[in-house]
Design a protein around this ligand. Structure first.
Ligand code: NAD
Length: 455
């Protein structure tokens, strides 16, 4: 079996080696999941709920262990990593209420009765990126399992450790063999097999738009169900009538959280012309105040990038432009990059158009509401965005006008497990989370029962 060396991005030291599954091993895991499906589907709803609640309780008992693994494997700050492990627990608890609530409709018809039922699909394949290994895994397997599917999950090559541990905790909680299997390995091997194996009935992919398009094309061959959560280039729109101090204080972590490796990062800041100079002067100390230190230090606010390659990519964007100011970053080993602010000159610059996936933000002035909306929408992406204003009507108009799946007003918080999440345009397809997520792991069946007596 080939292996992958897992590296601590804050120190560049090897943490451990993880095996990469072959096509044959992937097939064997998919076939075990297919065999486990009928019994899992037919289990009494209350029993399936009880097992998911037990899984949630075990995750809760292991929050510190999971967080510690994520700090070492992914360079996430301790604060973020504990939140992320808690998010898996919360998602499992939330969807543990679903098995007993997967209700259909009874639709009035003549000559009998008509009902709909939500039938689980079978095996669901979940492909996870390296930027949020725990939450993105949980957003897939929580509702998929609750709806009665079995799951095979592939973590990213760089960040497999927490997913492997979650797989063990699921077994310990009593999930039957084959119901939830974590298969570390390459995208081109394990991920690709999820797309081509006919027993996998749905693929949930989170990652780059480029790979997402390939997966979508591959799924077409079997008309395979598909959810895509892809890239973003989200706008933070700051109007002159907003609480500017609050907007400037909040803007840095809306893009630099997780070192900017966040699909929802508000990496374009649009500021109304009349407030532009004041906003930029307030932004500078806020950026310089970010504590970029060892993520294991509980007070750390930003850690390193995930890899040397990612640092080279981010540096490539910054080399093309003039930097206005930066925050700090440790020197020495580790894939560190300081929070960086660029005053964009043109909408044609790569820094303005492309997803950097690092701690870099571009700031640009706008004249009026119409131009703010036009600039925000001048992108192929549409994942999230923020609007800062004291005018409620304007907040509502702009929220409706921005072509993105997740908008927030006077805050950057827009991801909650009990509200839907997903992208417009090339940021994605389908929705995760929220009350309807389990239904996305089912097909609706319509049944008509005739009340005709015997002939
Ligand atoms: P990536 O697309 O290279 O990889 C994502 C996952 O897909 C990994 O597990 C990888 O092994 C797998 N993969 C790669 N090639 C594959 C193939 N041919 N078939 C099947 N699976 C394959 O992305 P990444 O570099 O891991 O993550 C960064 C990107 O993900 C960024 O562009 C970011 O915007 C995006 N992202 C989006 C969201 C979202 O929710 N919209 C969340 C996180 C990351």
């Amino acid at each position: 079996m080939s292996t992958h060396v897992v590296v601590n991005p804050a120190t560049e030291e090897a943490v451990t080696e993880v095996g990469s599954a072959s096509v044959e091993e992937t097939d064997a895991a998919i076939e075990r999941a297919a065999e486990a499906f009928p019994a899992w589907r037919d289990m009494a709803p209350g029993e399936r709920a009880r097992l998911l609640r037990r899984f949630a309780a075990l995750v809760d008992d292991h929050i510190d262990e999971l967080a510690e693994l994520e700090v070492r494997n992914s360079g996430h700050t301790w604060g973020n990593a504990t939140w992320e492990a808690g998010n898996v627990r919360d998602v499992l608890n939330y969807y543990s209420a679903a098995p007993e609530r997967m209700t259909g409709l009874q639709i009035p018809v003549a000559g009998g009765i008509n009902i709909t039922v939500h039938e689980p699909l079978g095996v669901v394949g979940i492909i996870v990126p390296w930027n949020f290994p725990m939450p993105i895994a949980g957003w897939g397997f929580g509702p998929a399992l609750a709806a009665g599917n079995t799951v095979v999950l592939k973590p990213a090559e760089l960040t497999p450790l927490t997913a492997i541990r979650l797989g063990e905790l699921g077994r310990e909680a009593g999930l039957p063999d084959g119901v939830f299997t974590v298969i570390p390995g390459k995208g081109s091997v394990v991920g690709e097999r999820f797309v081509t194996h006919p027993a996998v009935r749905k693929v949930c992919f989170t990652g780059s738009t480029e790979v997402g398009k390939r997966i979508m094309a591959g799924c077409a061959d079997q008309v395979k169900r598909l959810t895509l959560e892809l890239g973003g280039k989200s706008a933070n729109i700051v109007f002159a009538d907003s609480d500017l101090a609050k907007a400037a204080a909040a803007a840095p972590m809306a893009v630099f959280d997780n070192a900017g490796q966040d699909c929802c990062a508000r990496s374009r800041i649009l500021v109304e012309q009349s407030a532009y100079d004041e906003f930029v002067s307030l932004l500078e100390p806020a950026v310089q105040g970010i504590k970029v230190v060892d993520p294991a230090d509980h007070s750390s606010e930003m850690g390193p990038l995930i890899s040397a390659q990612q640092r080279t990519t981010v540096q490539g964007f910054v080399d093309e432009v003039d930097v206005a100011f930066t925050g700090s970053a440790p020197s020495g080993s580790g894939f560190w990059f300081p929070p960086t602010v660029v005053l964009a000159d043109s909408v044609d610059q790569r820094i303005w158009r492309e997803e950097v996936f690092g701690p870099v933000v571009a700031v640009m002035p706008f004249r009026d509401e119409a131009e703010a909306v036009q600039l925000a929408n001048d992108t192929e992406f549409g994942l999230s965005g923020s609007i800062y204003t004291r005018d409620v009507g304007k907040a509502l108009r702009v929220s409706r006008a921005v072509e993105a799946g997740n908008l927030s007003v006077n805050t950057h918080a827009s991801v909650r497990y009990w509200t839907p999440f997903g992208g417009f345009k090339q940021s994605g397809l389908g929705r995760e989370l929220g009350p309807d997520a389990p239904n996305a792991f089912t097909d609706v069946k319509n049944i008509f029962i005739s009340d005709e007596g015997p002939a």
